[in-house]
Design a protein around this ligand. Structure first.
Ligand code: ATP
Ligand code: MG
Length: 142
C-alpha cells in the first residue's frame, strides 16, 4: 500500500545549491513528489517544528540552523515511504551514514545534515500540515 512521508531539504543543502541533486536521488529511489515549495521559517516556527527536542543540548543550535535560510519541504509517496526514505537519507551523523545515502553525499555535520525525514506516518501527517494546506498537495486532488 502507498504510504506518505514528509521531507525537508535543510538550509545547508540549499546554500550548497544541491536541491536538484537531492530531488533526483529521491525520485530515482522510486518516490513520487506530491507537494514541494521553497520557503523560510522563523526561530519560533523552527522551535515548534522540533518541539520534541526542546531541552536537548543541541536544541538552540538546531533552531538557529533551521531558521538560517531557505528550506524545501516536500511531501513524498511510495510503498513503505517512511522507512525507505529514512534508509535513503542515512544516519543523523553523516560520518556514520552508509555510502550512497543522501546525508553521506551532501551533509556537512551531525547538525547541518542536509535533509529531514519523518520517523512515522503519524508524525509525517502532522509535519505535512505544518507546511502545506490540503489544497496544495497534488495527490489529494481528483
Ligand atoms: P530529522 O528529524 O531532522 O530527520 P533525525 O531523525 O536523524 O533527523 P533527530 O534525533 O530527530 O535526528 O534530530 C533532529 C535533528 O537535530 C538532526 O537531524 C540534527 O539536525 C539535529 N541534531 C540531532 N542530534 C544532534 C547533535 N548531537 N548535535 C547537533 N545536532 C543534532
Ligand atoms: Mg527526527
Amino acid at each position: 500500500m502507498k504510504e506518505r512521508t514528509f521531507a525537508i531539504i535543510k538550509p545547508d543543502a540549499v546554500r550548497k545549491n544541491v536541491v536538484g541533486e537531492i530531488i533526483a536521488a529521491i525520485t530515482q529511489a522510486g518516490f513520487t513528489v506530491l507537494a514541494m515549495k521553497m520557503t523560510r521559517i522563523s526561530r519560533a516556527q523552527a522551535a515548534e517544528f522540533y518541539a520534541v527536542h526542546r531541552g536537548r543540548g543541541f536544541f538552540d543550535e538546531l533552531v538557529d540552523f533551521m531558521s538560517s535560510g531557505a528550506i524545501v519541504p516536500i511531501v513524498l509517496e511510495k510503498e513503505n515511504a517512511v522507512a525507505d526514505y529514512r534508509a535513503l537519507i542515512g544516519t543523523t551523523d553523516p560520518a556514520e551514514a552508509a555510502e550512497g545515502t543522501i546525508r553521506r553525499m551532501f551533509a556537512s555535520s551531525k547538525g547541518e545534515n542536509a535533509v529531514h525525514g519523518s520517523d512515522s506516518v503519524e508524525n509525517g501527517k502532522n509535519e505535512t500540515a505544518f507546511f502545506f494546506a490540503e489544497s496544495e498537495i497534488a495527490g489529494n486532488r481528483a
